[in-house]
Write a protein that binds this ligand. Structure first.
Ligand code: TRP
Ligand code: SF4
Length: 400
């Protein structure tokens, strides 16, 4: 009933690295060609954990936007914006909080995990408990159908779905809904109306999912319907509620196959990262000094690629022929590690070249990025206001 739309965000807590590129960003770049996408800097979310040191957030916000553009997020296809520039996210967060049971927030796995992992920070705050609810507002406010996220975020998406369902249940009652829905059925014309009623019964009495799908497809085709009637008919299929908020689906981002330089997960805080726009010399130096199979002490010792982080890099960056050359050369001590790493250096530098090129104009003239984001903020805000109009009305807050 509502158009397909993708929403996702990232927290501006540091600079982006190749792990982000091979994980989330590549996925975003692909999705922007398939569906309308909104990508935003989750600066409020960053504050939930960095409230005592917000300077990094401001700096990272602009760096991150340049990184996205450098990586290939195309502002003519995607809407880029900053969360705090669409204050309606906060309004929806507040309104959703009224009916959100504390237990839902407390049992989100990331809540306890993060409190334990970041034990140097006091996260026993109201803001941090509300993290996934703010995230729900971020997505629900755009009636997004899909949310590209990593595996750790899936429980957050599940909670959003529960929040949306609960909201529709509590507030989707419209005075005279039943009558209005039946009026709308008549407007389908007698043949379609009969089919609609049959399919609705099949779904509601016998739980036939195909019937629901078929009925939805029919409504999609019925062009003469007004937006309001269309919404009512969708809502009437599943119950006797209007669907004000949409339940989004998680679009799982495959975990990046690129580890950090030491073989652990790539992370700035581990000091094992290559920045997205790292300069050439530094890339070369980092790869040359990255650890290899610890058993390969001398050049004449044979090595085992499976114990070597450089081999994991080859699995991301090298073609089959180069990979075969590595395995053979390593296990027979036919090649040295520096020789083995050269194709990696070349491949990473080649991958980054267009990123440096795309970033350059924005570095030369920061007002370009600001203009892109100002446009994005406007687009996002308009969509957010549309949803908020319905939300306020549903909750009895649409005072004349
Ligand atoms: N919590 C997300 C993360 O840490 C970031 C985020 C904030 C987000 N709001 C969102 C992701 C909305 C998707 C949709 O990765
Ligand atoms: Fe690793 Fe290559 Fe050295 Fe083998 S030759 S240990 S794969 S860097």
């Amino acid at each position: 009933m509502y158009p397909d739309r993708v929403v996702s965000g990232m927290r501006p807590t540091g600079s982006m690295h190749l792990g982000h590129y091979h994980g989330a960003l590549k996925n975003w770049i692909k999705m922007q060609t398939e569906l309308p996408c909104l990508f935003f800097v989750a600066d409020w979310h960053a504050l939930t954990t960095h409230y005592d040191d917000p300077t990094v957030i401001e700096r990272s916000t602009w760096e991150m936007l340049i990184d996205w553009l450098a990586a290939g997020i195309d502002p003519s296809q995607s809407t880029l914006f900053i969360q705090s520039r669409v204050p309606e996210h906060a309004e929806l967060h507040l309104l959703l909080s009224m009916a959100t049971p504390l237990g839902w927030l407390e049992r989100v796995p990331t809540y306890k995990d993060q409190i334990d992992n970041l034990s140097n920070k006091d996260l026993a705050t109201y803001g941090f408990l509300g993290y996934p609810l703010l995230q729900a507002a971020d997505v629900l406010i755009y009636r997004a159908s899909q949310v590209p996220v990593g595996e750790d975020q899936v429980p957050h998406i599940e909670m959003m779905r529960e929040i949306a369902r609960r909201f529709n249940h509590l507030y989707g009652k419209e005075k005279g809904f039943e009558e209005k829905a039946q009026e709308a059925v008549k407007k389908l014309g007698s043949k379609r109306a009969r089919l609609y009623n049959e399919l609705r019964t099949d779904y509601q009495q016998d739980g036939k999912d195909e019937a629901l799908e078929q009925a939805k497809a029919m409504l999609d085709d019925a062009q003469s319907l007004s937006m309001g009637d269309r919404e009512r008919l969708f809502g009437y299929l599943e119950g006797s509620r209007k669907l004000i908020l949409v339940e989004p689906q998680a679009r799982l981002t495959e975990a990046s196959r690129l580890p950090g330089l030491d073989g652990r997960k790539m992370s700035k805080s581990y000091g094992n990262a290559i920045a997205l726009r790292e300069d050439k010399e530094s890339v070369s130096k980092k790869i040359k000094t990255m650890p290899t199979d610890p058993a390969r002490v001398r050049r004449s010792d044979a090595g085992d690629p499976n114990r070597c982080p450089a081999w994991q890099f080859h699995q991301v960056y090298s073609d089959a022929a180069t990979q075969a050359w590595v395995v053979k050369g390593c296990t027979s001590a036919g090649i040295g590690c520096i020789e083995c790493k050269q194709p990696l250096i070349d491949a990473i530098i080649k991958e980054q070249e267009p990123m440096h090129e795309r970033a350059q104009p924005y570095l030369d003239d920061p007002s370009l990025v600001r203009a892109i984001v100002a446009d994005g903020n406007d687009v996002a805000r308009k969509l957010a206001l549309e949803t908020m109009r319905d939300v306020r009305e549903a909750m009895g807050l649409a005072y004349p």
